[in-house]
Each structure stands twice: as structure tokens, then as C-alpha cells.
Design a protein around this ligand. Structure first.
Ligand SMILES: [Fe+2]
Ligand SMILES: [Fe+2]
Length: 244
């Protein structure tokens, strides 16, 4: 199942097309999310620099979506003419608006964008095509800024003593932030190393990087911002045990 050459080139191309199509959808949803969050941050009296970062991020995601659509089409998976509907809110219902915004920024920026940076950084040295390399580089540089937005917001909320509520929510947040079932068995061919040339991480490597990013970046960062990450750490250990 693993290793280059185990899967037909057509299957690799289709899997890469699916991955870029999925990323296109994620980028389109991210633009909508950052637009909404920039307005919410402004309403809540967040520092102007954070509001500006959220607005800038929405513009970045629009640009990313164009790249992803082009790469999906190049792999035989053109994106639909109509964009996907806005993603449902990620914050659990029942949170006050300020907490819901903090939850969403933690999930979207501190977790998802930090994992994206790790994934893109791992993909860059594997890409041979100069056009693909340029896209991966551009995405990586922007996603670093988007992750920083989440950490800056969390640090600001920590100064108000308003981040501890996130701790018990971490298992739900992390479960919602993985692409598909990262800890389950991969679809046929999804672990083939040939995917790397198309800018897509094989499933097992993606799972490893997700775990590594949580342990090395996300959990320590949350703890510095006053969030007890122990429930998140237990969730990750349970998922890794399931995968093995
Ligand atoms: Fe993006
Ligand atoms: Fe982003």
C-alpha cells in the first residue's frame, strides 16, 4: 500500500485532484470565516491590529482558493461553478459571542493553521515543479501569519483571564480540525509517496505531522495562554492508539 509505484498514475492523479479540490473548499470557507471574524473582532473591541490581520487573512484565503482551484483542475478535478455554502459555525452553541470568537480563532488559527504550516513546510522540499513550489511557498508564508492571528488573540484574551474555558473543549475542537478520519485506515492509494510530487502528503505522514504539530506547537502555545491542554493531550494519545 505504501511506497511510490504501488498505485497507478491515474489513481495518484485522482487522489491529488481530490486533495486540491478539498483544499479549495477549505480556502473558500476560510475566506468567509475571516471576513466574519474580522467584523466580530471589531464589534467586540479587539485591538485594531488584530482586526486588520483578520481582514488581510480573508484576502489571502481568496488568493489561495484560486491557486487550489487551478491545481485541482490540473489534476482532473475542476471546482464547481458555485462556491460551497458557508461552513457551519465551529464553536459549540451556548457560548457567549466573545467566547465563540475565541473558540473559532483557536480552532481555525492556533490549531488548523499551525498544522497547515507544518504540512506545507514538509511538502516544500518534495515538490519538483516550480509552479507548485511557488504556490506551496506562498501558502506557507500566509498561513504563518494566520496562525499568529490566533495566538495574538489568545494572548490578548489570556490577559483578561478569558481563555481557561477552552480546556475541556479541546477534544471536540481537535476532532473537528482533522481532515476526514486521519486516525482511521487510509483510502486505497492514499499512502503512496508519489502524491508528494503533486503537493499532497501521504496519509500516514499527515497523521504524524498533525500529532507533531499538536505536541510541539499547539499544546505548549495553549498552555502559555492559560489553557489546560491535558484533555487535548489525552484525546491525541487515544487517537494514536486507535491508529496503531
Ligand atoms: Fe489558506
Ligand atoms: Fe489560512
Amino acid at each position: 500500500m505504501s511506497g511510490s509505484g504501488a498505485t497507478s498514475p491515474d489513481r495518484v492523479r485522482a487522489l491529488a485532484g481530490d486533495a486540491w479540490l478539498f483544499r479549495w473548499q477549505v480556502e473558500v470557507e476560510a475566506e468567509e470565516r475571516f471576513t466574519r471574524l474580522s467584523a466580530a473582532l471589531e464589534r467586540l473591541g479587539a485591538p485594531a491590529a488584530l482586526v486588520a490581520m483578520a481582514r488581510r487573512s480573508a484576502g489571502d484565503e481568496r488568493r489561495h482558493a484560486v491557486h487550489c482551484a487551478r491545481l485541482a483542475a490540473a489534476h482532473g478535478r475542476p471546482v464547481p461553478a458555485t462556491p460551497p455554502p458557508p461552513a457551519p459555525p465551529v464553536a459549540p452553541s451556548g457560548l457567549a459571542e466573545r467566547e465563540a470568537v475565541t473558540y473559532e480563532l483557536a480552532a481555525a488559527c492556533c490549531v488548523t493553521e499551525s498544522v497547515s504550516v507544518a504540512v506545507l513546510t514538509a511538502l516544500l522540499p518534495e515538490a519538483r515543479d516550480p509552479g507548485l513550489r511557488a504556490v506551496l511557498q506562498e501558502l506557507a508564508e500566509d498561513e504563518v501569519v494566520h496562525a499568529r492571528l490566533g495566538w495574538a488573540h489568545l494572548a490578548s484574551e489570556h490577559r483578561r483571564g478569558a481563555t481557561a474555558f477552552l480546556g475541556p473543549w479541546l477534544p471536540a475542537m481537535l476532532a473537528g480540525s482533522q481532515d476526514g478520519d486521519l486516525f482511521g485506515p487510509p483510502p486505497p492509494g492514499r499512502d503512496d509517496a508519489a502524491l508528494l510530487l503533486a503537493g499532497v502528503l501521504p496519509h500516514a505522514r499527515q497523521r504524524e505531522l498533525f500529532a507533531e504539530a499538536l505536541r510541539e506547537v499547539v499544546f505548549p502555545g495553549l498552555e502559555q495562554c492559560g489553557v489546560d491542554a491535558s484533555a487535548g493531550r489525552r484525546w491525541l494519545d487515544g487517537q494514536l492508539a486507535r491508529a496503531s
